[in-house]
Design a protein around this ligand. Structure first.
Ligand SMILES: *Cc1c(COP(=O)(O)O)cnc(C)c1O
Length: 389
């Protein structure tokens, strides 16, 4: 590939995501020691300014590791061997949560949802009822199932958990925190985790854990063996020294400060609205091309769109976008491998970026022998844009 295309390449995977220049610049600032007063100022700034994004009253914990480590931390700091846990599995990330809980010896009750659909309150209610008499320690769920492009109705599910059980509600928010509204108290979420490389516009390498009062109490009281992922240490070290227990990825935290600047400058409400606009533009354009969407409008994620082409190969479309236009999108995972392609539109993504993918898709479909629909998807998406703004 020529260097022109290396410079002009477009990343539309649902993680990692593009990095804004101001964030790159912030990450290039001189190194500071993580036991220095400078670092204390930095981490306090980031941990508190991220609070509205997580909808939490408590400073957000920052771990140096990928998102899965935060899922693992959520498990080992709350669930003990033999405890019963419900895991909502609506795709490959729900499946991962169930595996982690099982690996640590929890008795896992899987609520399996058809891939491509969200979990309804009725499904969760019926499942909890079917386990009546079983003491459930925690209910785990995926906020945005990245593998299918489904946003689960987390507020409604949290309400069911609260009404029907004494369980903690633990949520994997990896591919939507930073793009969707959330209020841990109102949504009844006790632990909410994400990682840096999705909607938060950072490179991979940081994981974040936010807690409710109950979640914090569960962490403090947890007798389970753990070390690097002992969240109590993160809370204590933050409270006592405004630092992290182990050497963090300082540069990424400097980048996170620039992310906070960007979110505040755009306005958190506007960030949320932009992601809904990106979703609506993308779906309108894809529909116009005659490509079936995997999910219903009601279940559709604001951060990733899954497409299930008929009569055309999803991997071929993915490869052509890469080869001809230097656009990277994602394929399907596990059960959906080879059947779908997924376009990420989260974090550092604008309405104009959506037009780039749609125009490339128009040309790609023509290349694969479909009747040309040049300009039609772009036109539809533009119409959605004009109505929204
Ligand atoms: C990306 C992702 C993860 C995993 O994150 P890693 O940083 O790769 O460990 C977990 N859950 C969801 C929903 C994701 O999208």
């Amino acid at each position: 590939m020529s260097s022109l295309y290396l410079d002009q390449s477009y990343l539309f995977t649902p993680g990692p995501t593009p990095i804004p220049n101001v964030v790159n610049a912030a990450m290039a600032r001189p190194m500071i020691g993580h036991r220095s007063p400078d670092f204390s100022v930095l981490i306090e700034d980031v941990a508190t300014r991220l609070q509205p994004v997580f909808g939490t009253k408590h400073p957000v914990m920052i771990l140096t590791s990928s998102g899965t480590s935060a899922l693992e931390a959520a498990v080992v700091n709350t669930v003990h061997e033999g405890d019963h846990a419900i895991v909502i599995v609506a795709g490959s990330f729900g499946d991962r949560l169930a595996s982690i809980a099982k690996n640590y010896g929890a008795t896992v009750h899987r609520l399996s949802i058809e891939w491509g659909k969200s979990c309804s309150t009725e499904q969760l209610e019926a499942f909890i009822d079917s386990l009546s008499g079983t003491p459930i320690k925690a209910v785990f769920g995926t906020f945005n199932e990245t593998s299918t492009g489904v946003l689960n109705p987390i507020h409604a599910l949290g309400t069911v958990v609260k009404q029907k059980t004494d369980a903690l509600f633990i949520v994997d928010g990896v591919s939507c925190i930073g793009a969707v509204p959330v209020d841990m108290e109102q949504d009844n979420i006790d632990l909410l985790v994400t990682s840096s490389q999705k909607a938060l516009m950072l490179p991979p390498g940081l994981a974040f854990v936010a807690v409710s009062d109950r979640g914090l109490q569960a962490i403090r009281e947890c007798p389970e063996r753990r070390f690097y992922l002992d969240l109590k240490r993160y809370v204590d070290t933050y409270e006592k020294q405004k630092s992290t227990p182990f050497t963090p990825a300082v540069s990424l935290i400097q980048g996170a400060q620039a992310v906070c600047d960007m979110i505040e400058e755009e306005g958190w409400d506007n960030v949320i609205k932009r992601h809904l606009l990106l979703r609506d533009m993308m779906r309108a354009g894809i529909r116009e091309l005659g490509l079936p969407l995997l999910t219903s409008d009601a279940d559709a994620s604001p951060t990733v769109t899954a497409v299930k082409p008929e009569g055309l190969s999803a991997p071929d479309i993915q490869k052509a976008l890469k080869k001809d236009f230097s656009i990277t999108i994602a394929g399907g995972q596990k059960d959906l491998k080879g059947k779908i392609f997924r376009i990420g539109h989260m974090g550092y993504c604008t309405p104009f970026d959506v037009l780039k993918v749609l125009s490339a898709l128009e040309m790609t479909l023509a290349k694969f022998g479909q009747a040309p629909r040049f300009g039609s998807a772009v036109k539809k998406a533009e119409e959605v844009y004009v109505q929204h703004v």
